[in-house]
Design a protein around this ligand. Structure first.
Ligand code: SAH
Length: 249
C-alpha cells in the first residue's frame, strides 16, 4: 500500500508537502493556543513536520497517519531529530475511515481531504475523533482568482472550476456544515514557490541519479513543463489555507 510513486519521487526532499511554510506552520500552532499535553490527530500527516514541531514548541502529543511509506519513515526520523519521539507516533496506513481510540483536542487533515471524499466528508470523519471543545483543522485550496475558463482550471490541475470555491464561499461553506471558523492561516505565492519549485530541483537530481529508471521519461516531462505551467496557472489562480473549525454551540 502506498501513494502513486511520482509523489514519492517529486516530494522526497520536502518536509512540508503543502504551500504552507515553516514560519506559517509555527504561526498556526501558536494561534490555536493549545495547552501542553494536548492531543493531536493528523490524517495525511506527510513527513510529520506539523506534529513534530508542535510537539517540540507546544508540548503536544499525537498520532499521524499517512499512506506514503517514505513520508512516514521521514516523519519518524524527524521526531527523533527534534527529540519528540516519545510524544508523537506515525502510522503507515490508509487514513480513510480512521478514528482514534481516544478523543483528541485537535483533529487535522491538512491538504488531503480526498481521503474522505472532500471537505464535508473529512470534517465528519475528524469529528468522530474530536473531544467536546476541540478544534478541527482543514487545509484546502480555494480560487484566488476565479478561472475564466475550464481550460484554465485544468491548467491548475483541477478537474473543473467547481472543484474549489472562492475564499468567502469556502468560509461560508464551513458555516453551512455547522462549524464556526475560529482561525485561519493562508499560504501566499512565496509559499507556493517553496512547495512547487522545490520539486523541480528534486526531479533534476533524481533524473541524474536514475537515468534508466522506468519513471525517468515521466519525471523528465514534468521537469520540462512544470515551471511554465505552475507560473501561468497554479501560482496565479490557486490559494491555499488551513482553517480552524469548532462545532457551532
Ligand atoms: N499534511 C502533510 C501532507 C500533505 S500532502 C503536510 O502538510 O505536509 C498529502 C498527504 O496525504 C501525503 O503525505 C500523502 O502520502 C497522504 N495521503 C494520500 N492519500 C492518503 C490516504 N488515503 N491515507 C493517508 N494518507 C494519504
Amino acid at each position: 500500500m502506498d501513494i502513486p510513486r511520482i509523489f514519492n519521487i517529486t516530494e522526497s526532499a520536502h518536509r512540508i508537502h503543502n504551500p504552507i511554510t515553516p514560519e506559517k506552520l509555527a504561526i498556526l500552532g501558536a494561534a490555536l493556543r493549545v495547552a501542553s499535553g494536548a492531543s493531536v490527530l493528523d490524517l495525511g500527516s506527510g513527513s510529520g513536520e506539523m506534529l513534530c514541531t508542535w510537539a517540540r514548541d507546544h508540548g503536544v502529543v499525537g498520532v499521524g497517519v499517512d499512506m506514503s511509506r517514505l513520508f512516514t519513515e521521514q516523519a519518524k526520523r524527524r521526531a527523533e531529530e527534534l527529540g519528540v519521539a516519545n510524544q508523537v507516533k506515525f502510522i503507515h496506513a490508509n487514513a480513510a475511515g480512521y478514528v482514534s481510540d481516544e478523543k483528541v483536542s485537535v483533529a487535522a487533515c491538512v491538504g488531503a481531504t480526498w481521503i474522505a471524499g472532500g471537505v464535508a466528508g473529512t470534517i465528519e470523519l475528524l469529528a468522530r475523533s474530536l473531544r467536546p471543545g476541540g478544534i478541527i483543522l482543514i487545509g484546502e485550496p480555494y480560487w484566488r482568482q476565479l478561472p475564466p475558463t475550464e481550460d484554465i482550471a485544468k491548467g491548475c490541475q483541477a478537474h473543473s472550476i467547481s472543484d474549489f470555491l472562492m475564499l468567502p464561499e469556502l468560509l461560508a461553506s464551513f458555516g453551512h456544515l455547522g462549524y464556526d471558523v475560529v482561525e485561519m492561516v493562508l499560504a501566499d505565492q512565496d509559499g507556493w514557490d517553496r512547495y512547487e519549485a522545490a520539486k523541480w530541483f528534486t526531479m533534476r537530481r533524481w533524473l541524474e541519479a536514475n537515468p534508466d529508471d522506468d519513471f525517468a521519461k515521466e519525471v523528465r516531462a514534468q521537469l520540462t513543463s512544470e515551471p511554465e505551467r505552475y507560473a501561468a496557472y497554479t501560482r496565479e489562480y490557486v490559494g491555499w489555507g488551513v482553517f480552524a473549525l469548532m462545532p457551532r454551540c
